[in-house]
Ligand binder design. Structure first.
Ligand code: SF4
Length: 421
């Protein structure tokens, strides 16, 4: 019985907190409470949706989920009530506030009176205490048996705990974002484009400009599901079209300066390092027509280093293994790799200016060797099965977009909160 009245009590407390702060997390708790009047499965579906869009009430107003009319009315009534509570006068006394919440939601005094839609929740609210389980003896995480990848090591270098969530637990992954859909679509468009234009040439400029527009349009259509709304989709397509036009500008300038041929797109990169198999895919492989040297190209639609020196520094600090891995994979395949390129494709307002590392000039082979040795050390460590604790990063910026932040109890305080208490 106490558990039942506790349900109502905590709902009222949350409603008061919502009245004061308007916090989305509180609103989601309220939605999922048996007192909300919204069926459990509908509440769970809207909560999942709102976590991606961060505005629950707007999602409800828009009727983002197709629901039977009875459920739709319940969820709309919830939104209306929450707005009513939020707009209560600012000078109401605590007692009057509580009464207003109870009245607005016609709250029962005990859980026996909870609405029919929550019969299951009522049952859940009753529980019996059980004997505690005997804790299992502590041991290391099972040895990593599968392939390694440079991006997995990048994750481990960024935050060992994130690696643990993502690769050892196979925890539920981030459902994806508009940024990742944008990246996938743009990669696809360039893959198709260079299939048709392996040797970009000034004489083909009008055709290249027309075709890249078509490839971008087509690639985004294929990734349409990755965008939340038609407006967002349209905005991202336009952004990609502008960026693609700048990419052609750069391609033509590059062709005049140092003509090249595209040898491969989405090329599989495989390498065994001290018994550890690594796999990956290289966005593009180029051959310089004058020197015959091979260039490894990685398209980047997110934030990246701004200069070759900055990227080299990340390699030296063992924060990025992507291009060193590609270098060693292609070298092992018999290529003479002379250039490593990151091509930024994020900002439609800036010219495309690749980060180019010339092997032996911007980055020494010895540095690439150190990176390879570190990859071996890290994969030895992960394959040992002896790691007992995967430590959290100390850098709060790594947590901002971390899909596991909600489950992570040891993340560092956010930058803004560090000196707050
Ligand atoms: S929230 Fe931060 S500390 Fe926790 S796993 Fe993610 S990146 Fe690591």
């Amino acid at each position: 019985m106490r558990a039942r009245s506790a349900v109502v009590g905590s709902f009222v407390e949350d409603a008061l907190s919502w009245y004061r702060t308007g916090a989305q997390a509180t609103l989601l708790r309220l939605l999922r409470s048996p007192c909300s009047g919204v069926p459990h499965d509908v509440a769970a579906a809207y909560a999942t949706l709102a976590r991606r869009t961060s505005d629950l009430l707007e999602q409800i107003d828009r009727g983002q989920l197709a629901l039977p009319s009875e459920d739709r009315d319940r969820v709309l009534a919830f939104a209306q009530r929450m707005r009513r509570i939020r707009s209560l006068p600012a000078d109401l006394q605590e007692r009057a506030l509580r009464d207003a919440v109870v009245q607005t939601f016609s709250l029962p005094s005990t859980a026996e009176e909870l609405p029919e839609a929550h019969a299951v929740d009522r049952e859940r609210a009753e529980f019996e205490l059980a004997d505690p389980l005997t804790p299992e003896p502590a041991s290391g995480v099972a040895a990593w048996q599968k392939h390694f990848s440079a991006s997995a090591l990048n994750t481990y270098a960024e935050c060992a705990r994130k690696w643990f969530f993502k690769y050892a637990c196979a925890a539920v992954e981030d459902p994806g974002s508009a940024a990742s859909a944008y990246g996938s679509a743009f990669h696809l468009a360039l893959e198709d484009f260079h299939g048709e234009f392996p040797r970009p040439a000034g004489a083909q400029e009008p055709l290249m400009r027309r075709r890249i527009r078509e490839y971008v349009t087509w690639a985004f259509e294929r990734n349409r599901d990755g965008f939340e709304t038609p407006v967002e989709f349209e905005l991202q397509v336009r952004r990609a079209q502008r960026t693609a036009a700048r990419y052609i500008d750069w391609l033509l300038a590059q062709e005049r300066e140092a003509p090249f041929e595209v040898l491969g797109r989405e090329v599989a990169a495989e390498l065994v390092l001290d018994g550890h198999p690594f796999v990956g895919y290289i966005d593009r492989l180029d051959r310089d027509e004058r020197s015959g040297g091979i260039g490894v190209v990685d398209y980047k639609t997110g934030s990246i280093a701004m200069t070759p020196a900055e990227y080299c520094n990340q390699v030296r600090r063992f924060r990025d293994f992507q291009l060193p891995f590609y270098y060693w994979a292609r070298t092992a395949a018999g290529d003479r790799v002379t250039r490593l390129l990151l091509i930024p494709l994020k900002d439609a307002l800036l010219d495309v200016r690749p980060i180019v590392l010339r092997v032996g000039a911007n980055i020494a082979v010895a540095e690439l060797e150190r990176s390879r040795s570190r990859m071996i050390e890290l994969s030895d460590e992960l394959a040992s099965g002896k790691i007992e604790t995967f430590k959290s990063t100390k850098d709060p910026s790594a947590c901002v977009f971390c899909a596991y932040a909600a489950a992570c109890t040891t993340k560092p305080p956010a930058e803004g909160q560090r000196f707050a208490s």
